[in-house]
Design a protein around this ligand. Structure first.
Ligand SMILES: [Zn+2]
Length: 227
């Protein structure tokens, strides 16, 4: 069972060493009947170490990342883990529920809305809390995308092409994914999860693949092995 708490109360440090905990981080204002929030999995290793933060479902029609996170967590043994994995299984639940790239509620693209606004629309609130309550825990950040229903991209990794410690870590990690295409970005335009990561000096990657609206068995191993 997922622990359902207000998102302001999320503290991954509360998860016991050597265990996995499911959370549903509630975004609704008091009195709002809608069940809107952010589902998160936390694997807390028995030994201390660094924290990997992974997002899937920033676009609701990109499903490989969602499945990959669940498959990784089925394989993960927190007793053997050093550090912590915090995985947002579906960042944009309103868009995911209707398999759409953008939110049907406020017609905003979550991937152009970071760092969001605390008192904004639903998508702006999701961006705000992902930026403030989840991303700051990261020593490394991966944002899992794919083409969705409206684009066609190759199987690829995007990394931070920068002669900084963060850039070098980003490129080194990108090589582990083994995708046929790697795209180095010297800079990232505003509004992305990655721009928040850069502002916080967190090394990052993003993943893309040709499929959309369904999970491609051919592409899924890149995601699972890469994470
Ligand atoms: Zn996307």
């Amino acid at each position: 069972m997922a622990v359902k708490i207000p998102i302001e109360d999320f503290n991954p440090g509360s998860v016991a060493p050597g265990t996995i905990q499911r959370f549903f981080l509630n975004l609704c204002r008091p009195g709002n009947a809608e069940d809107l929030g952010i589902p998160v999995l936390v694997a807390q290793g028995r030994r201390p170490g660094k924290t990997l933060v992974v997002f899937a479902g920033v676009h609701g029609d990109e499903l490989e990342g969602v499945q990959a996170i669940h498959e990784v967590f089925l394989q993960l043994d927190p007793a053997e883990l050093s550090g912590r994995v915090i995985a947002v299984t579906v960042a944009n639940l309103p868009a995911y529920r209707v398999t759409r790239r953008i939110s049907p509620i406020d017609v905003l693209n979550l991937a152009r809305t970071f760092p969001g606004r605390k008192d904004g629309t639903v998508t702006e609130r999701i961006a705000h809390y992902l930026s403030e309550m989840i991303l700051p825990h990261a020593d490394f950040f991966i944002d899992l995308h794919s083409s969705g229903l409206t684009y066609v991209l190759p199987t690829m990794i995007g990394y931070h092409a920068s002669d900084t410690p963060q850039g070098r870590e980003s490129k080194e990690a990108a090589l582990y994914f083994g995708t046929p295409v790697m795209w180095g970005h010297p800079e990232i335009s505003p509004g992305r999860s990655l721009s928040v990561a850069i502002a916080r000096n967190i090394p990052w990657l993003y993943v893309e693949a040709p499929s959309g609206g369904r999970v491609s068995e051919k592409e899924l191993p890149y995601y699972i092995n890469g994470i």
